[in-house]
Ligand binder design. Structure first.
Ligand SMILES: Cc1cc2nc3c(=O)[nH]c(=O)nc-3n(C[C@H](O)[C@H](O)[C@H](O)COP(=O)(O)OP(=O)(O)OC[C@H]3O[C@@H](n4cnc5c(N)ncnc54)[C@H](O)[C@@H]3O)c2cc1C
Length: 467
């Protein structure tokens, strides 16, 4: 047997599995056909967050042009003065942990058996006691008349472009769509979002959606919500999108950001190793991330929440189990964040979702703009009145009345991405609301707004207020 574990794919999930597996003493090989480090490092999280930071500096008046933002992003993705990112940093990270990195495209040919093909090279056979599949996801391209002929960007183009278009239409008002819309708009690009749901960030709390939407509108982004694209053609500024309500929008570029599909595990050959795929080829791992004896999945390809922190977590769980330990995945409290300004974060269920699940739930909410922390932060708005207002935002908690614990929490305000973690831990450990209320939170912070909210929730629980 060549290896204890062969990991296929070296994105967040595979990199975590490969690194930890080698650190735990396993003989580990990681096979990657493109960039070691995956999409997060080069095309997704890191470049988009770098561009958002640059856009934020520009928004508050810094002399900050696109050239500088683009250069900073190129530094972030190791692409300075070259065309394609350089992944040597990630390769050496894996190798210094003790893993072997193998370049090429892998397919599974049987239990513990992997064939690797490098372009122009002869196929190489690898044998391993266990396999971890971490092959990620691909952009979902909807079947819209004329779309492929007209041409479009995926998020890879959207985060890596060195040249800004004069205008852009973004299909999809989820996290990727709103983040990139804010970047482009802040650098002067005429930006339109088309979102089929009635609001942007449809998975988040309606108050969060409205705050982010209002901010985008204030910055000149046109929002077309509750309507879908029907057809795309060349014309106008470059691409014309015909909407189902009969109206049209146009842009020099068209970015498709309507979600991502788990990688095709059937084509990879995972069934050859004994895994059974569900409807439409979906993996259904157990709580050890196992899909068959000695076969595990991690990350976007596992078919659940698509986040780097989830991929990394799954990769670590999978490799522990692959090396004979007993690690159970707890995905009950996963934070979600949009790094727009204001940031929007959530964990768990809205009050409606909780009630649908049979929980006797109620909601408490705080207006961030009327809090001490909100007062200290001037809104990022171009108006003379902004200096006399608190920064807008909300923090909302959903409480499970029967158990006296959180069922969900949402925040859209400066610092939301950090403060949400108190609710994440509270949900994971089922920490009583009374304990959260009795916890001292520093003044004046967003976390303190959350603490005060917990005191309000505790009082409601104590008074049996049906609220
Ligand atoms: C624009 C954008 C911004 C995002 N921002 C955030 C964010 O801020 N925070 C966050 O948590 N998440 C974010 N995400 C989501 C996050 O990027 C993904 O959830 C995460 O990177 C998934 O990691 P992964 O390891 O599952 O997949 P990937 O990173 O896609 O890695 C899979 C790897 O497998 C390789 N591979 C596939 N098939 C084979 C094969 N047959 N042989 C060999 N190699 C193969 C691929 O080349 C790839 O490198 C963002 C996504 C996008 C699109």
């Amino acid at each position: 047997m060549d290896y204890d574990v062969v990991v296929i794919g070296a994105g967040a999930g595979g990199e975590a599995a490969g690194t930890l597996g080698a650190q735990l003493g396993g003989r580990v090989a990681v096979v990657e056909r493109d960039l070691v480090g995956g999409i997060c490092s080069f095309w997704a999280c890191m470049p988009s967050k770098s561009l958002l930071d640059s856009a934020g500096r520009r928004r508050i008046g810094a002399e900050y042009g696109w050239d500088r933002a683009s250069a900073r992003r190129d530094w972030m993705i190791s692409r300075e003065r070259i065309d394609y990112p350089d992944d040597r940093g990630h390769v050496s990270g894996l190798e210094s942990a003790g893993a072997e990195v193998i370049r090429g495209s892998a397919s599974i040919t049987g239990p513990g058996s992997v064939e690797v093909r490098e372009v122009g090279g002869t196929p190489r056979q690898l044998n391993a006691k266990t396999l971890i599949v971490a092959t990620g996801s691909t952009p979902f391209i909807p079947d819209i008349q004329g779309l492929s002929d007209a041409g479009y960007w995926t998020s890879n183009d959207g985060t890596s472009t060195r040249d800004l278009p004069s205008s852009i239409v973004i299909l999809g008002g989820g996290v990727v769509g709103v983040e990139l819309a804010q970047v482009y708009a802040r650098f002067g690009v005429k930006t339109t979002i088309v979102e089929g749901n009635g609001r942007v960030l449809p998975r988040e709390h309606p108050k969060s959606s409205e705050l982010v939407a209002q901010q985008l509108r204030d910055e000149g982004v046109e929002l077309k919500t509750g309507v879908v694209a029907k057809a795309v053609s060349r014309g106008g500024a470059g691409r014309v999108v015909e909407l189902a309500d009969g109206s049209t929008v146009d842009g020099a570029e068209l970015l498709v950001a309507v979600g991502r599909r788990a990688a095709d595990l059937e084509a990879l050959g995972i069934e050859e190793a004994g895994a059974t795929l569900g409807e439409r080829g979906a993996a259904s791992p157990d709580d050890h991330m196992r899909v068959a004896k000695d076969v595990y999945v991690a990350g976007d390809c596992a078919g659940g929440l698509q986040f780097t922190h989830v991929a990394d977590y799954m990769g670590r769980i999978a490799v522990r189990n692959a090396l004979g330990r007993d690690a159970v995945a707890d995905l009950s409290a996963v934070p979600r964040t949009s790094f727009t300004d204001p940031e929007s974060s959530g964990v768990g269920s809205t009050v409606e979702e909780a009630r649908e699940r049979g929980i006797d739930a109620f909601e408490v909410t705080a207006d961030f703009s009327a809090s001490a922390r909100g007062f200290t932060i001037e809104p990022r708005r171009d108006s003379d009145t902004a200096i006399l207002e608190g920064s807008p935002g909300h923090i909302t908690a959903v409480v499970d009345r029967g158990r006296g614990v959180l069922a969900g929490a949402f925040a859209a305000c400066p610092g939301a991405s950090e403060l949400i973690h108190e609710a994440v831990l509270a949900m994971k450990q089922a920490i009583p609301v009374s304990v959260l209320a009795d916890t001292i939170h520093a003044f004046p912070t967003g976390s303190r707004v959350f603490g005060n909210l917990m005191a309000e929730a505790r009082d409601k629980l104590d008074s049996k207020d049906p609220g």
